[in-house]
Design a protein around this ligand. Structure first.
Ligand code: 10G
Ligand code: SF4
Length: 346
């Protein structure tokens, strides 16, 4: 095992610690919190427990979380990922991903007699409930989020004729509401906190009575990971974010790092994707990971960097997370009858 966080250095060869070009100490700043959030942990364990309890094949609609390693590992264990429920054989078991699904997807699964386990994160379900509540109260709902993202499709699907999506700045001018005194903004859970507030300020200029969500829709994990990367970015010549290209929250970490002053920032699935040129002339490397990323991938990045002389790691801690969620009810019930040991992709 290579370097360990907490200011500890392994194999401290003096020459390794000094960047000869700059004459300064090579170091890694490791963000904390990083990696798995409570909703991802719950979703991945849900699929693992379903595999152990019912045996393969288990179907999962969409990627359970947006991480290549997680999806590949589960596929090897017998999970079949499908795009839509019509690809699942009648009567089979399908798990809905952590990003959530619309009522139409639930209805289609019921129509086809599928057995379902809903791994939607409870914090996404909370936003679905807000959509329902405001739609019932006859509000126009302005949903800030990324067009085409699965979470947004599921959330908007709760009340499609009441929800309008606001993604880009120019979308603000396109929104049409029936009564400007009954308008609320809600959001996707994994957005950039700062960019979202910019969009809200824009919307408020058009709709001064615009209401805010009853509680933050951008979740604790998203904002904590952005906070941690912001804290270390000004000191970093390079920030490496571990995460997949389709992971919204991971991509936001790259943008936040650059906006907060990092010299450069890149998203990688694996250590092997780190381009040697990125490291040229670099003294301080920041490392973090998205909410769908197993920490083993981050440790591999630290090993990769240590082999190249960055073997002093300081963890930059901006919050301690203690959030956990119970497994989905459908699974808990069956687990009581068939207790098994967890074997998590971590
Ligand atoms: O960041 P996104 O929404 O693309 O998803 P992810 O799977 O990479 O990370 C976990 C976040 C969710 C499950 C969305 S609530
Ligand atoms: Fe839940 Fe937030 Fe994780 Fe999404 S990013 S799964 S909302 S905890």
């Amino acid at each position: 095992m290579g370097p360990y966080p907490g200011g500890m250095t392994t194999s401290p060869e003096a020459t390794d610690l000094v960047d000869q070009d700059a004459g300064r100490t090579k170091r890694v700043l490791l963000a904390k919190p990083r990696g798995y959030c409570a909703g991802v942990d719950r979703a991945v364990v849900t699929v693992e427990k379903a595999l152990e309890t019912y045996g393969p094949p288990i179907y999962v609609r969409k990627e359970i979380v947006h991480n290549r390693h997680v999806v590949d590992t589960l596929s090897e264990r017998g999970v079949i990922f499908v795009d839509e429920t019509d690809e699942v054989p009648e009567g089979a078991l399908v798990v809905f991903s952590a990003h959530g699904v619309s009522p139409a997807v639930h209805a289609e699964a019921a129509r086809r007699n599928l057995r379902t386990i809903d791994a939607t994160c409870p914090l996404v379900t909370k936003v679905h409930k807000e959509v329902n509540r405001f739609a019932r109260e006859d509000y126009d709902i302005l949903l800030i989020g990324h067009e085409g993202h699965e979470e947004v499709e599921g959330t908007a699907g709760e009340a499609p004729d009441r929800v309008q999506l606001v993604d880009k700045p120019e979308d603000v001018d396109k929104v049409q509401v029936r009564d400007p005194s009954r308008v609320v903004w809600l959001s996707q859970t994994t957005l950039s906190v700062d960019e979202t507030m910019e969009r809200v300020d824009q919307l408020k200029k058009r709709f001064p009575d615009l209401q805010a969500p009853p509680s933050d829709d951008i979740c604790y994990a998203t904002s904590n990971r952005q906070q941690a990367v912001k804290a270390m970015a000004p000191e970093c010549d390079l920030v490496i974010v571990v995460g997949s290209q389709n992971s919204s929250n991971s991509k936001r970490l790259v943008e936040v790092a650059l906006q907060a002053g990092a010299g450069d920032a890149h998203l990688v699935d694996y250590a092997s994707q780190i381009d040697e040129q990125w490291l040229e002339g670099v003294t301080t490397v920041g490392v973090t990971s998205g909410a769908s990323v197993p920490d083993v991938l981050v440790m591999q990045v630290l090993d990769h960097l240590a082999e190249r002389g960055w073997n002093h790691v300081d963890e930059v801690t901006t919050a301690n997370e203690k959030v956990t969620f119970a497994l989905p009810r459908e699974l808990r019930k069956d687990l009581d009858d068939n207790p098994t040991k967890p074997r998590s992709v971590r």
